[in-house]
Design a protein around this ligand. Structure first.
Ligand code: UDP
Length: 328
């Protein structure tokens, strides 16, 4: 029997990679995307429903047509800097979109929900390793909107028996090593693709956002996780729910933090080329350090983030950067 999974944001970076591994695991991923930041061309592993989470009828129609066994909710605005400039946009789109989706999911009788949350819900925590029990105190509107949705998912879980897994992502990087899908944003704001663009001469230089942070070299520290490892965890989380597992939160990172300067160093080793950089100001909303404790996912889901080395993440991103990318 065909088991469909509704993947909101299935035409985006992480959603498209999730569709690939869902397909490989025997599910049929139905990408639900308004194509505001996603790419039609990235939907390669199942049908595309072009719809908008702000429009409840679009969601109802997709759920009625495909009767998915689960919903995976990736679709969201996700840029820290943008969220600081226009918090209303983040509250409106992320929170209202999730509310419509949760109400439609429950109304359609679907019982399994996987939600993409973020380490941005933690805020600045003075150097501690962040795990599922760490209190959440977001310092930007993006993180605040995601924390609100986590609460919403828990409320719907309690009231409507919607079984759920919430993943809190650390910094997702890399690309499908087979090059079928990869990272492509418009505009690009993320460190590794911007750095590789500078290496390839597609932009003049990478701006390092602040070198006066209280870290070992003055730049922010992040925990980078390979997108393929991240989406593998989603398939494990889905199976966990389908096998009757309890509601859970899992952090998805590696437990190792790297500074912006250290990422640049690794890039030199992978590409054999210099990274042109300029030093800029701090970016508003950036936490000093975000590093995960990921033991729970490894222990309980059997997750194995084996590709999450900087060498593999930068190498796979570099491989993708040499391809034509998704057509407009
Ligand atoms: N960063 C940077 N220059 C850039 C983009 C990002 O120095 O052009 C830094 C940013 O301040 C943060 C890290 O790289 O410390 C990762 O940023 P990114 O936007 O990739 O992910 P985020 O941590 O915001 O989710």
């Amino acid at each position: 029997m065909v088991q469909h999974v509704l993947v909101t944001g299935g035409a985006g970076y992480i959603g498209a990679h999730a569709c690939k591994v869902l397909r490989a695991a025997g599910f049929v991923p139905v990408a639900f995307d308004n194509l505001s930041t996603g790419w039609k061309d990235a939907v390669r592993f199942g049908p595309l429903v072009q719809g908008d989470l702000m429009n409840r009828a679009d969601i109802d129609a997709a759920l009625a047509e495909y009767k998915p066994v689960a919903v995976m909710h990736f679709a969201a605005l996700s840029l820290v800097g943008e969220s600081m400039k226009d918090p209303g946009l983040y509250w409106r789109v992320n929170v209202n979109g999730a509310l419509n989706l949760l109400e439609a999911t429950v109304a359609a009788g679907i019982r399994n929900f996987v939600f993409s949350s973020t380490c941005a819900t933690y805020g600045d925590q003075d150097g501690v390793v962040l795990d599922e029990a760490t209190p959440q105190r977001p310092i930007n509107a993006y993180g605040a909107s995601k924390l609100a949705i986590e609460e919403m998912v828990r409320n719907f879980g309690a009231a409507h028996d919607l079984r759920h897994v919430i993943f809190r992502y650390f910094n997702v990087a890399g690309a499908d090593p087979e090059g079928e899908v990869g990272e492509q944003h418009r505009p690009e704001t993320h460190l590794i693709p911007l750095m590789l663009d500078a290496v390839a001469g597609k932009r003049p230089a990478l701006t390092v956002f602040g070198t006066d942070y209280p870290t070992r070299d003055g730049t922010c520290i992040r925990d980078y996780v390979h997108v393929m490892d991240l989406v593998d965890a989603h398939v494990l989380g889905l199976r966990w729910l389908l096998d009757g597992g309890e509601d859970r939160v899992f952090c998805l990172g590696t437990g190792s933090g790297f500074s912006v300067h250290e990422v640049i160093e690794h890039s030199r080793a992978v590409t054999n080329r210099e990274v042109p950089i300029v030093i800029g100001d701090r970016r508003p909303g950036d936490a000093v350090q975000l590093v995960s404790g990921s033991e729970s996912a490894i222990r309980d889901l059997g997750w194995n983030p084996a590709r999450s080395t900087l060498r593999d993440m930068i190498g796979d991103a570099w491989n993708w950067a040499g391809k034509p990318g998704f057509a407009e």
